[in-house]
Design a protein around this ligand. Sequence first.
Ligand SMILES: COC[C@H](NCc1c(COP(=O)(O)O)cnc(C)c1O)C(=O)O
Length: 322
Amino acid sequence: CAQGEHFHLVTPLLESWALSQVVGTTVFLKCENVQPAGSFKIRGIGHFCQEMAKKGCRHLVCSSGGNAGVAAAYCARKLGIPATIVLPEGASQSVVRRLQGEGAEVQLTGKVWDEANLRAQELAKRDGWVAVPPFDHPLVWEGHTSLVRELKAALGTPPGALVLAVGGGGLLAGVSAGLAEVGWQHVPIVAMETRGAHSFNAAVEAGRLVTLPNITSVAKCLGAKTVAARALECMQEFEIISEMVEDREAVNAVQRFLDDERMLVEPACGAALAAVYSGLLGRLQAEGRLSPALASIVVIVCGGNSIDSRELQALKAQLGQS
Ligand SMILES: COC[C@H](NCc1c(COP(=O)(O)O)cnc(C)c1O)C(=O)O
């Protein structure tokens, strides 16, 4: 559909010489970090907000680790609807500043997203208010499918594997739906989390939804204590490999990506990039869980606003990295 009909951009699919060297096969980067509002979220959140506006919603309220909130605030401004964004207390100042810049009211409450979400659900009871789900809603997943249509248009033939990060599982659910839509349902998805925000991996290991006791990872934007049920269902319908990396691997990947491609992304995105930089993809090939001869690999560079050079230095110091 014409650009004017949706808020997201068609993003570049860059062939990365540097990451291709690391993996030994062609790595394409789907650059969602250059989307308006700074991450892939605009796809699903934009679609949801536009549908709610058509139904006469008068106030949007979004609980978020940060990026869904920035997307919701951006959409609200474009739609001329007031927005209230509820974030956990530890949310990065750069995100709070950005939200205020978008004209949204910001509330900080709770230690993790799940607690902020309780406040958003309360506020959504007000007349004309609508809660914008950051990851667990069919309209959000439907909006995210646009990413896969763009991959199909750009590549023609399916990639050997797709790498993405999992927080609440909305991106995974949307990409899976997109793969089914374009006939690529057999493309393996490497679903990455950081330890301490690994609600999807815990659910996969247990065979049922698991609620983590807390979020201990620095990747707060992956910090949903329970993954969406739909994400776990996708395990039955698609080729999904659930993997976990340490915080230091995710932050190291952020640094290496900055040096390799001159783009700064947050640790949530570093979790996906760590599949390349930590050697995990090579290990999966050696174990036979991925084909040794992959035609190409697409990494979804999900982006994220919760990072700047000062925060990266602080993270490296906190994790004892030079
Ligand atoms: C608690 O936070 C959930 C959600 N962030 C989710 C997120 C993800 C994972 O997407 P999901 O699996 O939640 O759809 C990946 N990469 C980035 C940069 C993200 O911000 C949010 O912003 O509210």
